[in-house]
Design a protein. Structure first.
Length: 497
């Protein structure tokens, strides 16, 4: 990957030189056919220019270098684009969202200085919008970047993220196809693996992400891809394997804070509770994302440590407010929290607006679950079913669907989907897993041969004429819907078996 990234960077430098850039990103050859080793700022420039993860110390060095350069050369549009993209990367890695307004200012300054032929600034703005979960804006900036430089592969990953956030599967497919035609290095393989994971193609996703991790040379990049392989193992219900990948990611880059949260999740599943709490708290200290506070709060709640859980929920609310000041949209996380731990009706209002903006499977599932908890299970079931159809293979989605079906009296379907959730990942949530097991126990085992009320007994003699029955519809223990004297199951009800 380093060679392909360096070639991409050289190409970008040539373009910058044509546009009048004031500096050169890649040092001159040292005489043996190989360029000299890059320093921290140079390594970060390579990574940021190729859309790959950069080490935090390297990002700090790049930011300091470009800030100093721009004080002396404020008209250098390319340096403004590099600085803005570095601010985005730094803010994302640390959850310090004060970097986002600075990033926007730098990137827009670059774009004002060079409105045409500036795909670097446009790609940076698309990446920033994705980080803020503003996927409509990300699509707009990403499509502009691709129009200006359709052969520049580094614009496509941001566009894929935007289409994913909007629930546009066809757009994701088109952008991925273009990306694969233009590049084949670890960054491309990693993006391919994420798309495959979102489609539910777990084996293909695992192969692509494992290849990306094996090919990556930069420690920060390798850590990011190892973490994603660990996430796949977690989603398959293999916490011990996931833990090994998270630890490998941290060995490559100790600043990969997402792997600390992953370790917390895996350790909790393995019963190593004290270690799990320590890793979650460390992750929150270093990268205080609202979703980590929600996970830690629910872990505390599962341990009957309710004051500690409430404290984390307060952290979640505070972080959402702080991130909102940086333009970050956390409506889905806040809506899920409100549905389970606050006001489901308020969650519905919040998530309905978010689903109109970003109709992806995750938001569909969150809204469907909130609708169910607020009393509209039928509308909720439609959305959760859609999430399962269009999204990744998710234990949480399956559990939500099964629990809604159970409350609606579709007992056979409920048994099937709650059981599926526990087969996908028997550790998917410290609160929902015990609830799922309790629900399955309450549903019991289906009777052998199915419920007798569904089919009329077979008589040796011809059956007498049947009078249409208009009595009330009944529901069997397996979820079949039927009328008391009907000789055959209703067509609608059979889908609940």
């Amino acid at each position: 990957m380093r060679g392909s990234v360096r070639r991409a960077l050289i190409a970008s430098v040539v373009g910058a030189a044509v546009a009048g850039a004031a500096y050169v990103l890649v040092p001159m050859d040292r005489g043996d056919g190989r360029p000299p080793a890059l320093g921290p700022a140079g390594r970060a420039r390579v990574a940021v220019g190729a859309g790959a993860p950069a080490a935090l110390p390297d990002l700090a060095a790049l930011i300091g270098e470009r800030e100093a350069h721009l004080r002396a050369h404020p008209g250098d549009d390319h340096s403004w684009a590099v600085l803005g993209s570095a601010y985005v990367a730094r803010g994302t890695r640390t959850a310090d969202f004060a970097y986002y307004p600075k990033a926007e200012q730098a990137l827009r300054t670059s774009l004002r200085a060079r409105p045409q032929g500036n795909p670097e600034a446009l790609t940076g703005l698309a990446t920033l919008a994705n980080a803020r979960h503003d996927f409509r804006a990300a699509r707009t900036w990403g499509e502009q970047a691709v129009r200006q430089a359709p052969k520049r592969w580094t614009a496509y990953p941001a566009l894929i993220d935007a289409y994913t956030g909007l629930g546009d599967a066809k757009g994701v497919g088109r952008a991925l196809e273009s990306l694969q035609k233009l590049g084949s290095g670890p960054a491309v393989k990693a993006r391919t693996g994420q798309v495959y994971r979102d489609r539910g193609w777990r084996e293909d996703a695992n192969a692509a992400l494992t290849d990306a991790a094996a090919l990556a040379e930069a420690p920060a990049e390798k850590a990011a891809y190892l973490h994603r392989v660990g996430e796949l193992a977690w989603e398959r219900g293999e916490p011990a394997l996931a833990l090994r990948y998270y630890e490998a990611a941290l060995a490559a880059d100790p600043d990969h804070h997402a792997s600390l949260a992953g370790k917390g999740r895996a350790l909790a599943a393995l019963g190593r509770t004290s270690e799990a709490l320590h890793n979650y708290r460390t992750a929150l200290t270093r990268q205080p994302l609202p979703e980590y506070a929600l996970e830690l709060g629910e872990l505390y709640e599962s341990l009957n440590l309710r004051p500690a859980a409430r404290a984390q929920y307060d952290v979640l609310r505070a972080r959402v407010r702080q991130e909102g000041g940086g333009g970050v949209n956390n409506e889905r996380v806040l809506g899920l929290f409100e549905a389970d731990h606050g006001d489901p009706e308020a969650a519905v209002e919040r998530l309905e607006a978010e689903y109109k903006r970003h109709g992806n499977p995750q938001t569909a599932d969150a809204l469907g679950w909130a609708l169910h908890l607020s009393g509209d299970g039928e509308a909720g079931l439609k959305l959760v079913t859609k999430a399962m159809k269009d999204g990744p293979r998710s234990a949480l989605f399956a559990y939500h669907r099964g629990e809604i079906e159970r409350q609606l009296g579709w007992y056979g379907a409920a048994r099937r989907h709650i059981g599926e959730a526990l087969r996908i990942n028997p550790y998917f949530s410290p609160l929902a897993v015990p609830a799922a097991k309790e629900a399955l126990e309450a549903l019991g085992e289906p009777p052998e041969g199915g419920p007798a009320q569904v089919y009329a007994p077979v008589e040796p003699a011809p059956a007498p004429p049947v009078t249409r029955q208009t009595g009330p519809r009944q529901v069997s223990p397996r979820g079949y819907s039927y009328r008391q004297a009907s000789p055959r199951p209703s067509r609608t009800a059979s889908s609940g078996s």
